[in-house]
Design a protein around this ligand. Structure first.
Ligand code: ADP
Ligand code: ZN
Length: 368
């Protein structure tokens, strides 16, 4: 079973990837000497699938467990759910030594993570990501938070978990569209850091989509390894961590202008990665064949690679990119690839080029 160390001094932790991990939760928490009382935060869908096993495992290991469930979806990453969570924690009289288990996708991970980060100035957190996206991305690295009306993830904290369990069995019930969307982040790791991972995906994507455990574990582990490596070198997002934003500048803007309803995050960044590859050809001389491999792989996985946008929507998208909270000096800086497996951050792209790339993409989208 792949085990990945995230070395952060006295806050170091492990990410375990494999089948049948959830039943071992209690035992593993005991080995980490976590406090007696814990709150399992989950959503209503995941509760039906996994809460019972989590609860039993924790109880059998001697923990006092309460399950707190939130409505599924991004809409739950709000102040109201935060308040309900705090209320529950206070009622249970959680103490400094108590801990939170985040059992769910990215939404649960972010909200539960922030509850743990802020209650009593921070208590222990265990992440059990149940979506592919959360397993390869949001559960590793310590970012937690909620959305405000003014924007996504505007309130949050860095709070590293004590343990991350990526149980492959949990992915069996994930809707196929959610699974494919998670694959967009896996492809991203190949592009930014690992040409071999990219080639493996080209060869094995259909087995992976069928959730064959060996190649699936292999690509999840490699994704977590890359994320862990980037995060340990740049825990607070000062520099290197920016490479993780490949495909996200346009992707985030696309999510924003479509009201976070049309595209799943992974779908939007699939389109963003294809556009970034096109920009990379002009700005960094990325070979057209490399750009084509990126398009082909994402399309083979079943992800959208172009968005159909009219001139007005493209203008709104360009504006939305400037509103991105990572924009510092009114200039959108891109992460671009000079080859598959390597990217450069801080790339300045003329907005005329972004526009013409999006126009070309829209033509492709409407041709289909
Ligand atoms: P993400 O991890 O992509 O940020 P969410 O936390 O919003 O996503 O989860 C996406 C959806 O999938 C939610 O409706 C959630 O309840 C559901 N979900 C999460 N994990 C599973 C699972 N293992 N099986 C079935 N549905 C799941
Ligand atoms: Zn992402």
């Amino acid at each position: 079973m792949p085990r990945i160390q995230v070395p952060l001094g006295d806050r170091s932790y492990e990410v375990l990837i494999g089948p049948r991990l959830l039943p071992s939760l209690g035992e593993r928490c005991r080995k980490l000497n976590l406090g007696r009382r814990c709150l399992v935060v989950t959503d209503e869908n995941v509760k039906k699938i996994a809460a019972k096993t989590a609860k039993k495992s924790l109880r059998d290991a001697g923990f006092e467990v309460t399950v707190h469930s939130i409505p599924p979806g991004e809409g739950s990453k709000n102040l109201k759910q935060l308040q309900l969570g705090y209320r529950q924690m206070a009622e249970l009289q959680l103490e400094r030594g108590s801990f939170v288990v985040a059992l769910g996708g990215g939404v649960v991970g972010d909200l539960a993570g922030f509850l743990a980060a802020s209650y009593l100035r921070g208590i222990d957190l265990v992440q059990i990501p149940t979506t592919l996206l959360a397993q390869v991305d949001s559960s590793v690295g310590g970012k937690t938070g909620i959305n405000l009306k003014a924007g996504k993830n505007l309130v949050g904290a860095f709070h590293q978990p004590r343990l991350v369990l990526c149980d492959l069995d949990l992915l069996a019930t994930l809707p196929p569209r959610e699974f494919r969307a998670g694959m967009a982040e896996v492809v991203k790791y190949g592009i930014i850091r690992d040409a071999r991972l990219f080639a493996l995906l080209e060869k094995k994507y259909s087995q992976i989509l069928n959730q064959e455990s060996k190649p699936l574990a292999q690509v999840i582990a490699q994704s977590c390894r890359i994320k862990a490596e980037v995060v340990t070198q740049d825990e607070q997002e000062q520099g290197l961590r920016a490479i993780l934003n490949y495909g996200h500048t346009i992707g985030h803007a696309l999510e924003a202008i479509t009201g976070y309803g049309k595209y799943l995050h992974g779908e939007a960044i699939s389109i963003g990665q294809v556009a970034a590859a096109a920009l990379s050809e002009t700005i960094l001389g990325l070979e057209p064949q490399a750009s084509e491999r990126i398009r082909n792989l994402l399309a083979a996985i079943g992800l959208p690679i172009y968005a159909s946008l009219n001139a007005r929507q493209i203008t709104r998208l360009l504006e939305a990119m400037l509103l991105d909270k990572k924009v510092s000096d009114k200039k959108t800086r891109f992460v671009l690839a000079d080859r598959i497996g390597n990217v450069l951050t801080g790339q300045n792209v003329p907005s005329a080029l972004i526009r013409s790339t999006l126009v070309a993409g829209s033509r492709h989208a409407s041709r289909k």
